[in-house]
Design a protein around this ligand. Structure first.
Ligand SMILES: C[S@@+](CC[C@H](N)C(=O)[O-])C[C@H]1O[C@@H](n2cnc3c(N)ncnc32)[C@H](O)[C@@H]1O
Length: 258
């Protein structure tokens, strides 16, 4: 898995917009009462809980125990399972029966190799089951990652790795879905410049979502790194009169298991 150290409390408190933006993907899924739905990369469980409240029978899957602990504490009546999306099947989901649908928000781009993930999703869906997801698309957060890379370089830390997510184009993801046994009914890419909120700068975003890189930097350099990231992000246009923005680009799709 492309690693990030997930801080579940900070994720919900400071970056809760990531989950909130996924809410209308739930409408696209349109789960019906009694349907069996998998929430892949469920994080702290916002959408799994909402699906359950709409009458679906939900399993939330995530690899990270801190995210799952918070999910289970906040939503004790929903079933959550710890598993890696690159290696799971019905057995890991505690189920002998295939699912009617898989939902995923802001998670697939963390999961590589993606072809294994898509094949696993197909293997747990019934024929005709829906796979409805939003993820980072081509060009996602290029300015934020660019600011972090340049700042690390300025500090002489070019060898520090930044997690490289899988941010596909519509074409690449559609082919990958077809290869995994899906028919793509909708695939769309769009920009979503996203306000970070009054207390969050570009450097704060990188500290949370690029935590492994920050963890490799000596602590005494953190303040300087933050200043360098913000300087470069400002130059890239991420600070506006309305505050800091993240240069999100999203990819949304609806695919049906063949
Ligand atoms: C940005 S969070 C999104 C959480 C949630 N879907 C939401 O909308 O708030 C990404 C989630 O994907 C999970 N994740 C990343 N790689 C994974 C993998 N290989 N298998 C399972 N979960 C994974 C992370 O642990 C994290 O909880």
């Amino acid at each position: 898995m492309a690693g990030n150290e997930w801080d579940a409390q900070t994720y919900d408190r400071r970056f809760g917009f990531v989950g909130r933006y996924g809410d209308d993907v739930l409408d696209l899924l349109d789960a019906r009462p009694g349907e069996r739905v998998l929430d892949l990369g469920c994080g702290t469980g916002r959408h799994a809980a909402e699906l359950a409240s709409r009458g679906a029978i939900v399993v939330g899957l995530d690899a990270d125990t801190r995210m799952l602990d918070k999910a289970a504490a906040d939503h004790p009546r929903v079933t959550f399972v710890q598993a890696d999306a690159t290696a799971f099947g019905l057995a890991q989901l505690g189920s002998g029966r295939p699912f009617d649908a898989c939902f995923s928000n802001a998670a697939l781009h963390w999961m590589t190799p993606q072809d294994a993930v898509l094949r696993n999703v197909r293997s747990v869906l019934r024929d005709g089951g829906r796979f409805v997801a939003e993820m980072g698309g081509a060009g996602n957060i290029a300015a934020l990652d660019g600011a972090l890379r340049a700042a690390l370089s300025e500090l002489g830390l070019d060898d520090v790795d930044i997690v490289s997510n899988y941010f596909p184009t519509v074409g690449v993801q559609s082919l990958a879905l077809e290869d995994a046994g899906f028919r793509v009914e909708l695939a769309t890419w769009f920009r979503r410049p996203t306000a970070l909120g009054p207390d969050t700068t570009a450097a704060d975003w990188t500290r949370h979502f690029r935590s492994a890189a920050w963890g490799s930097v000596p602590v005494h350099l953190h303040e300087r790194l933050a200043a360098e990231v913000d300087d470069r992000a400002r130059t890239a246009g991420l600070l506006t009169a309305d505050g800091w923005f993240a240069d999100y680009c999203r990819l949304r799709f609806v695919a049906v298991a063949r």
